[in-house]
Write a protein that binds this ligand. Structure first.
Ligand SMILES: [Zn+2]
Length: 298
């Protein structure tokens, strides 16, 4: 039934995707170079839609001066320089963000009965990722210029900013020219910095604070501490940091975290989180009592 309905959908789609030859008075378009582009012919291209593969045929315009070609219909349909419809791109972004790209390809087949290549999943996910990153950069730049919109909401009783860094395995080309942890050895990981912002309004019976469910928002990037500082500052601002009654920064013992805390979150209570504190304590105990588990534990 699904295959049959896809078939019917493809047939239904084929009509609106067949553009007519433009009328005589519509055969010229302005060209970005200042000259104009002239209608040439109808050109055909496959487009993968949520209903399956379809064929798009639309007018092609060419500028005689700068030789730049144009497909106005592609802009209208949001398929400029891609053979994947916006609907399919949304699906690809979804599966590409959740699972490895090849699993994404399999999910597309299973869930939507669409044949895509692993590369298509990767390309789409990365293109959308770049788009998101560009939007974030814009926002970060505005924050640096102190041009953020005011957040108006009820004051948060306790707002937490937490950050950490961890190594993620990467392909070789990502580590070219980077020093590994061991002198002279190439590194196989890059440090990704992660941050989260959350609120807390309640405590459990034993007095331990409880993170408010669904209150956490996240940021993350492979970038220097200075850049990451701006990123997490913007996120904290969006969460109304400036109006929080109690402010807390949590992290491990790394210098960069406390430098960022001083710089972007001055006056906040600084807490080394329990997990890392335990880790540090264990490291200390192991150094104080090498090969002596009883005293380490004590
Ligand atoms: Zn031109």
């Amino acid at each position: 039934m699904r295959a049959a309905l896809h078939q019917a959908g493809e047939t239904a789609l084929s009509e609106p995707l067949q553009y007519a030859v433009p009328a005589l008075d519509q055969r010229q378009l302005p060209c970005p170079c200042g000259y104009h582009a002239q209608y040439q012919e109808l050109r055909s291209q496959p487009v993968l839609t949520v209903l399956g593969p379809a064929q798009l045929s639309r007018p092609y315009y060419l500028c005689a001066r700068c030789h730049r070609g144009q497909f106005p219909a592609d802009v209208e349909l949001d398929v400029k320089e891609t053979e994947v419809s916006p609907g399919v791109r949304r699906m690809l972004a979804m599966v590409g963000a959740e699972v490895p790209f090849d699993h994404g390809r399999q999910q597309m087949k299973l869930l939507a009965d669409l044949e895509v290549t692993t590369k298509a999943v990767e390309r789409t996910a990365e293109a959308i990722g770049e788009d998101i990153a560009a939007g974030e950069q814009k926002e970060i730049q505005r924050a640096v210029q102190l041009d953020l919109p005011m957040v108006v909401s009820k004051a948060v009783p306790i707002l937490y900013v937490q950050m950490d860094g961890t190594g993620v395995p990467v392909v070789k080309k990502e580590t070219v020219g980077r020093q590994g942890k061991t002198e002279g050895q190439p590194t196989h990981t890059r440090e990704v910095k992660l941050g989260c912002i959350f609120t807390q309004t309640t405590w459990d019976k034993e007095g331990f604070p409880i993170r408010d469910p669904d209150s956490t928002t996240y940021v993350g990037a492979i970038e220097p501490a200075e850049e990451f500082g701006k990123r997490i500052y913007v996120e904290a601002w969006k969460r109304d940091w400036s109006h929080a009654e109690k402010k807390v920064v949590m992290g491990d013992g790394a210098d960069w975290i406390w430098n960022l805390a001083e710089q972007h979150f001055p006056g906040a209570a600084q807490i080394v989180d329990l997990f890392h504190a335990r880790q540090h304590l264990w490291e200390l105990a192991r150094r104080l009592h090498p090969n002596d588990e009883i005293n380490q534990k004590a």
